[in-house]
Design a protein around this ligand. Structure first.
Ligand code: ADP
Ligand code: MG
Length: 319
C-alpha cells in the first residue's frame, strides 16, 4: 500500500486561537497517543472544531505549536499535511457531481497513484465498509442513504491509509439506530487499522462509547482529560462533575462492555450480542427481544458466555 508518511502522535502545546475578541481556544495543551480514539467533548461553541481544524492547518493558531510525531506542522505545506491526514465531517462532504468511486479515489489521485491502483483501493475500501463494490462504485451521492454516505465519507478519508483521522461530529446527522451501527463498525475498523483518531462530539454517550480518552472543553479551555471512567469518577472538578453527572447512569452503561460482565453459559438463550458491545446496547437488545439473558459471542461467532439482567442490576447498584 502506498503512503506518504504514516503519522501517529499529536502534541498540542500552549495553543490559542483568537477571533476578534473571542478566545475560541485558550492555552490548550493536549497529547493524543498513537493509535487511540481521542474525543474532544463539550457544548456547542466551546472550541472543538477550531482545535480539530488546527491539526490539519485548515485554521492557523494565533499562538502555540502543534507537533505530529515530534515535527512542527508549520514545517509542512498545508496541502501535503491534508493529504496525509484523513478528515471526515458531518454530512460527509461528498462531492455531488462525482461517483462513489471518484469520491473515494480523490486523494490517491492527487497523490498520483495509477488508475489500476486506485481502482483496487476503492474496491478494497468498499468491501471494508461492507458495501458491494459492483453495486456502489458508479452511484452518485444523492442515490445513497445517510448511513451509506457516511460510510463512504469514512472510506474516502481512509483512502491513502493515513495514520491520523480527524472526525468532526461524523455521526451527528444519522438516525440513532444507524448511528449505533456506524459507531460499532467504525470502532472495529479502527482497531484493525490502528489509525490515530481525533473525534469531535457534543454527545456524551458517543464520547463514552468511542473514546479511549476524552478531553472535556469549556469556553476554549481544557477542563479535564482522561479515560471515560476517569472522567466519570472525577469528583474534584465541578465542571466535569456537572457535565458528566447529568446522565451518569446512562454513562456508566455506555462505558462498560458486555465482556466485563460475562457469566458461564447456563441454557443458551438463542439471542446473542458481541462481547465488545456496551451494557446499554445489551439492555436495549434484552428489551427489544423481551428476554432477560443474552448469549455473548466473540469474533469467531462462538458463544463464550452469557449476560444476565439480574447481574447487571446488581453490579450497577454497587457503583
Ligand atoms: N471564523 C470565525 N470567526 C469568528 N469566530 C469564530 C469563527 N469560527 C469559530 N468562531 C467562534 O469560536 C468559538 C468556537 O467555535 P467552534 O470551534 O466552532 O466550536 P465547537 O466546534 O465546539 O462548536 C465560538 O464562539 C465561535 O462562534
Ligand atoms: Mg463544531
Amino acid at each position: 500500500m502506498k503512503k506518504e508518511w504514516r503519522t501517529g502522535m499529536i502534541e498540542i502545546k500552549n495553543v490559542t486561537k483568537i477571533y476578534d475578541e473571542i478566545r475560541a481556544v485558550n492555552q490548550l495543551n493536549l497529547t493524543v497517543c498513537d493509535g487511540e480514539i481521542f474525543v474532544l467533548l463539550g457544548s456547542s461553541g466551546c472550541g472543538k472544531s477550531t482545535t480539530l481544524n488546527m491539526i490539519n492547518r485548515l485554521i492557523e493558531p494565533t499562538e502555540g505549536n502543534i507537533y505530529i510525531d515530534g515535527k512542527d506542522i508549520k514545517d509542512f505545506k498545508p496541502e501535503i499535511l491534508r493529504r496525509s491526514i484523513g478528515y471526515v465531517v458531518q454530512g460527509t462532504g461528498l462531492f455531488p457531481n462525482m461517483t462513489v468511486g471518484q469520491n473515494i479515489g480523490i486523494v490517491p489521485k492527487m497523490l498520483k497513484w495509477n488508475s489500476q491502483e486506485i481502482k483496487r483501493r476503492v474496491k478494497e475500501l468498499l468491501e471494508m465498509i461492507g458495501l458491494d463494490p459492483d453495486k456502489y462504485v458508479k452511484k452518485y451521492p444523492h442515490q445513497l442513504s445517510g448511513g451509506e454516505a457516511q460510510r463512504i465519507g469514512v472510506a474516502r478519508a481512509l483512502a491513502a491509509n493515513p495514520g491520523i483521522l480527524l472526525m468532526d461530529e461524523p455521526f451527528g446527522a444519522v438516525d440513532p439506530i444507524n448511528r449505533a451501527n456506524l459507531q460499532n463498525e467504525f470502532m472495529k475498523l479502527q482497531k484493525k487499522l490502528h489509525t490515530t483518531v481525533v473525534l469531535v462530539t457534543h454527545d456524551i454517550g458517543e464520547a463514552m462509547k468511542m473514546g479511549d480518552r476524552i478531553a472535556l472543553m469549556d469556553q476554549g479551555r481544557l477542563q479535564g482529560v482522561g479515560t471515560p471512567r476517569e472522567l466519570l469518577c472525577n469528583k474534584d472538578n465541578q465542571f466535569i462533575c456537572e457535565f458528566m453527572g447529568n446522565d451518569s447512569f446512562i454513562n456508566i452503561l455506555n462505558c462498560y462492555t458486555v465482556k466485563e460482565y460475562v457469566q458461564p453459559v447456563n441454557v443458551q438463550a438463542g439471542i446473542s450480542i458481541h462481547e465488545t458491545c456496551n451494557l446499554k446496547e445489551a439492555i436495549a437488545k434484552m428489551i427489544e427481544n423481551a428476554v432477560n439473558v443474552l448469549d455473548v459471542t466473540n469474533d469467531q461467532g462462538i458463544v463464550c458466555g452469557q449476560i444476565e439482567i439480574n447481574r447487571l442490576v446488581h453490579v450497577l447498584k454497587e457503583m
